[in-house]
Design a protein. Sequence first.
Length: 291
Amino acid sequence: MVFTFDILIEKAKAYLELMKLRLAWLVAFSGAFGYSLAVDKVEWNPLILFLLAAFAITGAANIINQIIEVDLDKLMNRTQNRPLPSERVGVQEAVVLAIVLFSFATFIFLVEFNLRACALAILSTILYGFVYTPLKKVGPIAVFVGAIPGAFPPMIGWVAATNQFGLEPGILFAIQFFWQFPHFWAIAWVLDNDYKKAGFRLLPAQGGKDLNTARQMMIYTLFLVPVAWLPYELGMTGMVSALVAMLFSAMFLAQTFHLMRKCTDKTALQLMFGSFAYLPIVQIAYLIDKV
């Protein structure tokens, strides 16, 4: 009995790893941020349901990505021990889990929220799993395509709360959209050698770890400075969070200039960690200022 229980625990851990637990929760938080910013008063029951649906559909998209890339994941050091290439989870198991998660999420979006939010969530899954994933071997166009579903979560949250599109969810989309380019490219810079083993071509310009790539990262980050101010201009949040967003946007931008000067793996790694910090700090600031 103990042996069986241990096996179940290990299988559950493998499933959570397959879903990319940490990433899925970060995406769900980003969606919950959009939802909470849209409502006058946060009610816990719908917020928890939204978090569960967002987590589930993100997990499904992550699983689809890994099913398609299972043979490529075997080639890279960072991915060869994932559940599918290490055969801790079978491909058929993964397909079933993805279908269950996707079905659960779409049911919650439809029943508890609205068709618009559900449609955005489905579109996000399709773009990430079936368009962005195969494009990673084509070139940096994959980053542009991947930035679209990557920027959907706060928009989905807003639409789930209001059942309306508009300028406000568009601004939330824009902030996360522009943020993703320096974020993705910093990761691609650090992992370039490993990515090349799988034939991934994600860096911009000529695909080199050079000034041209760093300059493009700077240009996209530059857009964050004015865009991060717009939630205040639209009355979505207050002045304090606008100042926080501007400060961290300027600091993030400074990191890209530092990368342009140095063009080293170390500075790219610093930018990568800076990108990890930027988005949750700015989103939390918006939420706190609204409260």
